[in-house]
Structure formats: structure tokens, C-alpha cells
Ligand binder design. Structure first.
Ligand SMILES: [Zn+2]
Length: 196
């Protein structure tokens, strides 16, 4: 104010500068006496319903999920396919949007496939040997292809059943209730949606 107007006689610039400095001190002192407000912070838990116990989560039928997975269908809706290719799991169900990439089937499917096919094949070899005692080349010609075909037939079904099992028990990423299709609508909107 003093700087913009003409300088008054006998009142040098520094006096008005001193008075504004006093005002600044008073204002600063007033601000310092005000109670501090905590900063506003929002986390995911403000948007995502938090389950206090397993009873709060919707029930998932284990046997139904196993059967749906065996049929290579989404364990949640039983409609969309689990796989895009032979054993390549789809990221999300094309029918209901359930996120399937949370599965951790890893090497469990081959383990179970070997256990199942081993019992079937070894039993078959022993039974045919006992009953017919065919030449060795006949045994090999029959059981080697059967072993390969049975394993390839079992693998996607066993893997699907395991994924259904993990989904039903909310293992790994399947355990976050925020990923349930019922709760997806309550997630915070993405930044592109908030801009008007
Ligand atoms: Zn689905």
C-alpha cells in the first residue's frame, strides 16, 4: 500500500514496511493459536466393505466349484470358460467378470494327474498281464498312448477343479472380498471417471 502510493514527507518507506511486518507477526500468531486440523486421508478401506468374520462373506459351495472347475467352467457362475487355450487360464470370466488370475494352481495339477493316471495305468497293466499275458510290445502299444491321452484329458479338468477349490476357499487373491462381483460396484471410481 505504502509502496504503490507516493512517498509521504518524513515517513520513509521502512516505517510502513515495519507496520506491515507487525501485521504479519500478529496474523502469524493468530494462525498458530488455531487448532490444527488433521489432513484428510482416504484409503481403500474407506471404500471396500471390511469383513469382520468369515460369516459376513457370501457362502461358496466347494463341491459346486470343484464340479464347475472340472467342466472347465468359471467356479463363480458356471457359465464362462476358465481357459482361453488348452491350459491358459483367462484373466477374468467372460460371463460374470470374476477375476480368475488369482489362482495358484502351479504344479499341483500334474501331481494329481500323475497320481490318478498312475493308479489307472498300473492297475490296467497288471490286470491285462494277469488275464491275457500279452507280448510286451502289445502292452507298450496299448498303454503308452493311453497314458499320454489320459494325462492330457485329465490335466485341464484337474487344474480347473483346483482353481474352483481355491476360489471356493478364498485362497490367494480370491480371498479379498473386494474382488467379489457383488462388491465391485462399491470400489472407488477410477480417476478418469471423477473428472467432470
Ligand atoms: Zn463367471
Amino acid at each position: 500500500m505504502g509502496r504503490s502510493g507516493p512517498a509521504r514527507a518524513g515517513f520513509p518507506e521502512k516505517d510502513s514496511a515495519n507496520s506491515s511486518a507487525v501485521d504479519n507477526v500478529a496474523e502469524t500468531a493468530y494462525v498458530l493459536t488455531q487448532p490444527l486440523e488433521p489432513p484428510i486421508t482416504m484409503t481403500m478401506s474407506d471404500f471396500v466393505p471390511e469383513a469382520t468374520s468369515a460369516d459376513d462373506l457370501p457362502h461358496r459351495d466347494i463341491w459346486q466349484s470343484l464340479k464347475r472347475g472340472w467342466r472347465q467352467k468359471c467356479p463363480s457362475c458356471g457359465d464362462g470358460r476358465i481357459y482361453g487355450k488348452f491350459l491358459k487360464v483367462n484373466g477374468v470370466c467372460s460371463s460374470c467378470g470374476t477375476e480368475l488370475f488369482h489362482h495358484r494352481a502351479d504344479d499341483a495339477p500334474p501331481y494329481f494327474v500323475m497320481t490318478i493316471s498312475g493308479h489307472v495305468i498300473v492297475s490296467g497293466i497288471l490286470i491285462t498281464e494277469r488275464m491275457f499275458s500279452p507280448p510286451t510290445w502289445v502292452e507298450l502299444a496299448v498303454w503308452l498312448p493311453v497314458t499320454v491321452l489320459l494325462s492330457l484329458w485329465l490335466l485341464p479338468r484337474v487344474k480347473g477343479a483346483l482353481i474352483g477349490y481355491q476360489w471356493a476357499l478364498r485362497m490367494h487373491g480370491f480371498g479379498n472380498p473386494a474382488f467379489d462381483s457383488d462388491n465391485l460396484a462399491q470400489l472407488p471410481p477410477s480417476s478418469s471417471e471423477t473428472v467432470s
